[in-house]
Ligand binder design. Structure first.
Ligand SMILES: [Zn+2]
Length: 79
């Protein structure tokens, strides 16, 4: 059925996602990083140090969180 649909094998993941790459989950609260567990979303994992939800390192969510942190830091520095 899928013999003529070459891109179905990605299962919704973009190119370059996974495929041997070592994924990391990162805590935005304390900066701790832990190895991502396959099949377990980082957001479902709690930081061992502070209990905050983790984000997939380098993911869009992570980049958004970093941008928000940077914006907040800049705002605090401006006062
Ligand atoms: Zn933490």
């Amino acid at each position: 059925m899928d013999t003529h649909t070459p891109h179905t094998h990605t299962h919704g993941h973009g190119p370059g996602c996974g495929a041997g790459a070592e994924a990391q989950c990162v805590c935005m609260r304390c900066g701790a990083e832990v190895a991502h567990v396959a099949g377990q979303p980082c957001r479902r994992v709690r930081c061992a140090a502070c209990g905050a939800a983790l984000l997939r390192k380098g993911s869009r969510h992570h980049q958004q969180a970093l941008a928000r942190q940077a914006a907040k830091a800049a705002e605090d520095a401006g006062r």
